[in-house]
Design a protein around this ligand. Structure first.
Ligand code: NAD
Ligand code: TYD
Length: 348
């Protein structure tokens, strides 16, 4: 039986990866290591928590001693590393948390693999990263795997740093690694601080939808289950030392996306067309706001035969339905001390 460590499994993307792997690979022992920050919630995994091949362990990847003893206790064959601080706005107000978890935490895991794996045969450290490491695009062009790193926010700089360190361990110590850099994910279980779930939650409550600047920034959106399937393909078939870009081929200007979301919300809530759009409020722009991200996922498509399968319209409908049906989840995750960047800026 193989033992697979998934870090950050109680978070948004991690919980979808855990669900997929627990169900698809009954012969793997799957360990979910997560410290349960504001973004981690075990309610995301209620449907798999009693599966015989799944175990949750609460722990902090920044704690070097803990990570060493964890690797001594469990005989780990592979790591899929998702644990991170993940929100750009929070990285602007508290960069140090990003340096600790995203950089130091990743190095603790790399060191534990390097020292505990006596042989590297059949071992793999898979690092989950973001397209934001490539910086910001103008009106044209796409990020490819060879695009030079040019991170602009404390979040993307911390992720770029961890990507470099993962590659350095491959180059220096021959640690078997793969990295994937993915575009913006959306779907159920995303903490309502990022654009789509924050907007859904605000519309539900009749609160303003804050749009930074003029709403002209562009993101490429991928349904979270498509990302989980890409991770499955890369973990099992990706070539040692390689990087794969993952994208949805689905670019949207923020304002156009929010208008579409408002239409869906009006329909689902039985409101007059145009009701939700009245909540749109243009607010002060994010500092250093990247204009555009867009991914060329030709490599993973050609080499691993992965392509996104969920259209944006279908994915958004499914996402809205999930947030409308899961009031208790929303209440629980928003009851903590966290308030959004916008709320903080305006002392609300
Ligand atoms: P998330 O914020 O929803 O979840 C992060 C998880 O990591 C949480 O469960 C949290 O408790 C855990 N965690 C944080 N610090 C920890 C620590 N010190 N020790 C142990 N666990 C810790 O994040 P997400 O959106 O699911 O992103 C997961 C990964 O995917 C991140 O590495 C992120 O950079 C990357 N990524 C995210 C997106 C996106 O659109 N969300 C896109 C591309 C890549
Ligand atoms: P976000 O979901 O935070 O992801 P990222 O910054 O990692 O791309 O933001 C997506 C886009 O939406 C980004 O251009 C910033 C913008 N945005 C708003 O306009 N208002 C908001 O309240 C938030 C959270 C984001």
């Amino acid at each position: 039986m193989k033992t697979l460590l998934i870090t950050g499994g109680a978070g948004f993307i991690g919980s979808h990866v855990i669900r997929l792997f627990v169900k698809k690979y009954p012969d793997y022992q799957i360990l979910n290591l997560d410290t349960l920050t504001y973004a981690g919630n075990l309610e995301n995994l209620e449907d798999v928590e009693s599966a015989p091949n799944y175990k949750f362990i609460k722990g902090d990847i920044t704690d070097e001693k803990f990570i060493d003893s964890f690797f001594q206790k469990w005989s780990i064959d592979g790591v899929i590393h998702l644990a991170a601080e993940s929100h750009v706005d929070r990285s602007i107000t508290d960069p140090m948390a990003f340096i600790r978890t995203n950089i130091l935490g990743t190095v603790n895991l790399l060191n534990a693999c390097k020292s505990q794996w006596l042989s590297f045969d059949d071992k793999l450290f898979y690092h989950i990263s973001t397209d934001e490491v490539y910086g910001s695009l103008g009106d044209t062009g796409l990020f490819i795997e060879e695009t030079a790193y040019d991170p602009k926010s404390p979040y993307s700089a911390s992720k770029a740093s961890s990507d470099h360190l993962v590659r350095a361990y491959y180059n220096t110590y021959k640690l078997p690694i793969v990295i994937s850099n993915c575009s913006n994910n959306y779907g159920p279980n995303q903490f309502p601080e990022k654009l789509i779930p924050l907007s859904i939650n605000n519309i539900k409550q009749g609160k303003e939808i804050p749009i930074y600047g003029k709403g002209e920034n562009i993101r490429d959106w991928l349904y979270v289950e498509d990302h989980a399937h890409a991770i499955d393909e890369i973990y099992h078939k990706g070539a040692n030392g390689q990087t794969y870009n993952i994208g949805g081929n689905n670019e949207w200007k923020n304002i156009d996306l929010i208008m579409l979301l408002c239409e869906i919300m009006d329909r689902k809530l039985g409101k007059e067309p145009g009701t939700s759009a009245k909540l749109i409020t243009f607010v002060k722009d994010r500092a250093g706001h990247d204009l555009r991200y867009a991914i060329d996922s030709g490599k993973i498509s050609k080499e691993l035969n992965w392509n996104p399968s969920v259209t944006f319209e279908t994915g958004l409908e499914k996402t809205v339905d999930w947030y409308l049906e899961n009031n208790l989840w929303l209440e629980h995750v928003t009851s903590g001390e966290y308030s959004s960047y916008y709320d903080k800026q305006y002392n609300r």
